[in-house]
Design a protein around this ligand. Structure first.
Ligand SMILES: C[S@@+](CC[C@H](N)C(=O)[O-])C[C@H]1O[C@@H](n2cnc3c(N)ncnc32)[C@H](O)[C@@H]1O
Length: 291
C-alpha cells in the first residue's frame, strides 16, 4: 500500500479548487469539502469558539476560514506540499504562517509544539481519520489540544452509505460487519444470493496518475458511526452529535444516469439535519464536548 503523503503531495497544487464557491456546479468532483466547511463554520460560530487547532490542514482553506472568522488558529500536516500551499494561503490572506508546522496526527511526539501553543477551544481533523491505523490514539492526541468543555470535530467516511449503494461495498459491509461472527454457512448463502443482485464491479477503484498513488491505493478506511461514537465517548467526550454531508440522492452508480440533477438535488439536501444523512451521505463529522 502506498504512503498517504505521496497521494496528497500530488494533489496539493490543485486541492484549493474544492473550496471555490464559483465551481460548486461545474467542478469535476462533488463539492463535498465546501459543504463540510460551511457546516463547521456555522457550528464554530454557534458555539462561540475563539480558537481552534487543526490536524491535517491540507491546503489551509479550513484554517484560513477559521482565522477569517476571528479565531486564533494553529495547525499541522504530514505532507510538505500541502504545508507550502497552506502557508502561502495564510500569507495571501494576511495571517501568520508560523502557526503551522509539520506533524503526524498518529505520533504525539511530533505535536508537542502545537499542544504547547494552546489550549484551544476546539480541535478538528477533517479528511484525516480514513488514513490512520489507531483511531483511539488519534482521539487522545486531538484531546491534548483542548481542555474540559472544549469541542472536537472529527470527520469520517460513513460505512452506512453502503446500505444504499447496492455494490461491492454493500456486500463487504454485510459480510464483515452485519454478519460478523456468523457461521460460514450463513455468510455463504447470503453471499451466493446477493452477489448476483449487486453491482460487484462498482465503485471503480481510483488509481493514481503521473506516478502518484490514487485515493484507493492508500489506507482510506470507512468508519461505522455507532462504533465511532462509542470510541469518542470512551475517550472522555460527551454530547456527541453527527453532521452529515455529501448527499447521494440516488445510489452512486446512478449518478450519471440522473445527470446534473444528482448534484443539484444533493446540494439542496446538504442543510438537512435528520436521520437520512446516516444512509445517504458518504461522510460525516462527529462533534463532541470534552468532559
Ligand atoms: C482530505 S485532506 C483534508 C485537508 C483539510 N483538513 C481539509 O479539510 O481541506 C487530508 C489531509 O490530511 C493529511 N494527513 C493524512 N494523514 C495524516 C497524518 N497521519 N497526520 C497529519 N496529517 C495527515 C494529508 O496530508 C492531507 O493534507
Amino acid at each position: 500500500m502506498a504512503e498517504v503523503h505521496e497521494h496528497y503531495q500530488a494533489s496539493s497544487a490543485t486541492y484549493s479548487e474544492q473550496y471555490d464557491e464559483s465551481k460548486i456546479l461545474t467542478s469535476e468532483e462533488y463539492p463535498a469539502n465546501f459543504f463540510r466547511l460551511k457546516r463547521i463554520k456555522e457550528r464554530v460560530q454557534a458555539l462561540g469558539l475563539t480558537s481552534i487547532y487543526e490536524l491535517g490542514i491540507g491546503d489551509g482553506s479550513p484554517l484560513a476560514a477559521m482565522a477569517e472568522l476571528g479565531l486564533k488558529v494553529g495547525g499541522s500536516d504530514l505532507t510538505e506540499g500541502m504545508l507550502d500551499v497552506a502557508r502561502a494561503q495564510l500569507v495571501a490572506k494576511g495571517f501568520d504562517p508560523s502557526v503551522i508546522t509539520w506533524g503526524d496526527i498518529q505520533d504525539r511526539s511530533t505535536l508537542e509544539e502545537g499542544i504547547a501553543s494552546g489550549p484551544y477551544d476546539g480541535v478538528m481533523a477533517l479528511g484525516v481519520l480514513p488514513h490512520v491505523r489507531d483511531e483511539g490514539a488519534v482521539i487522545d492526541n486531538m484531546s491534548a489540544f483542548i481542555q474540559s468543555g472544549g469541542t472536537l470535530f472529527l470527520q469520517f467516511r460513513n460505512s452506512m452509505l453502503s446500505l444504499y449503494s447496492f455494490n461491492r461495498l454493500t456486500m463487504e459491509f454485510i459480510e464483515d460487519d452485519l454478519l460478523k461472527g456468523q457461521p460460514d454457512e450463513v455468510k455463504e448463502i447470503v453471499r451466493t444470493n446477493l452477489e448476483p443482485r449487486l453491482a460487484m464491479d462498482k465503485p471503480p477503484l481510483r488509481t493514481g496518475t503521473k506516478g502518484a498513488p490514487g485515493y484507493d491505493e492508500i489506507l482510506a478506511k470507512f468508519h461505522n458511526p455507532f462504533e465511532l461514537k462509542e470510541l469518542v465517548e470512551n475517550k472522555g467526550f460527551t454530547d456527541v452529535r453527527f453532521h452529515w454531508y455529501n448527499y447521494h440522492v440516488t445510489p452512486p452508480m446512478l449518478a450519471k444516469d440522473l445527470g446534473p440533477t444528482f448534484r443539484t438535488a444533493g446540494i439542496a439536501m446538504e442543510p438537512t439535519t435528520d436521520w437520512r444523512g446516516m444512509f445517504l451521505c458518504s461522510a460525516g463529522v462527529i462533534e463532541a464536548t470534552k468532559v
